[in-house]
Design a protein around this ligand. Structure first.
Ligand SMILES: Cc1cc2nc3c(=O)[nH]c(=O)nc-3n(C[C@H](O)[C@H](O)[C@H](O)COP(=O)(O)O)c2cc1C
Length: 184
């Protein structure tokens, strides 16, 4: 399996908390010999799944002709996928959620790209100090990863972060993100 990692940046805030922690993770992973590719979802045109049940019928992942094509191309070659998302209303950001739904081709019986044996990582940030706020997001990540066939390789639930620069001051979180990447 390749040593490539695709990181999905799900926050609309450039250089915000999840971006910062994803960056620390990428530095650790680079030290461990991985190539990382980060994809900023904001600015891409990626619609939600339309349940047309035509995955792979034209030879490609999906019938929808949008920027998800490039995301698929990276995912196909990656052994690790990272979801970096702020917690929005106890769940995924609206930027990253469509990409979850567009993973449907990988769970299709006719998939041309097997996900079994690959790994997934969650990096989530929230304002709330109480880590229990992540319960729904975490459950969604774990069940959806299992459904697609990804083994979970790490979860960083970073709470107590409001302003976009707060993660930059949190050496504890930066170290944990770095170590998670380094120890993949
Ligand atoms: C629309 C919206 C919904 C949010 N919902 C929650 C929430 O349910 N729980 C929480 O603790 N923080 C919530 N937050 C705060 C963000 O999760 C928090 O500021 C996070 O650190 C942002 O990460 P980012 O800098 O990567 O965007 C919300 C923020 C926004 C804009």
């Amino acid at each position: 399996m390749s040593r490539k990692i695709t990181i999905l940046l799900g926050s609309p805030r450039r250089n915000g908390n999840s971006d910062t922690l994803a960056g620390a993770f990428a530095s650790g992973a680079a030290e461990a010999g991985y190539r990382t590719h980060s994809i900023r979802i904001t600015g891409l045109k990626v619609g939600g799944c339309i349940d047309c049940r035509r995955c792979w019928t034209n030879g490609t992942h999906c019938f929808i002709n949008d920027d998800m094509k490039e995301v698929y191309a990276h995912l196909d070659k990656s052994s690790v996928i990272v979801y970096a998302s702020p917690l929005y209303f106890f769940s995924w950001s609206s930027q990253i959620k469509p990409l979850w739904d567009r993973m449907l081709p990988y769970s299709s019986v006719s998939t041309k790209v097997k996900m079994k044996g690959r790994r997934a990582v969650l990096i989530a940030t929230a304002g709330d100090k109480d880590e229990s706020s992540f319960a729904g997001l975490r459950k969604s990540f774990e069940l959806a990863s299992e459904y697609i066939g990804w083994k979970i390789a790490g979860e960083l639930l970073a709470s107590g972060l409001h302003g976009p620069d707060e993660a930059k001051e949190r050496k504890d979180l930066l170290d944990r993100a770095f170590e998670m990447g380094k120890n993949l």
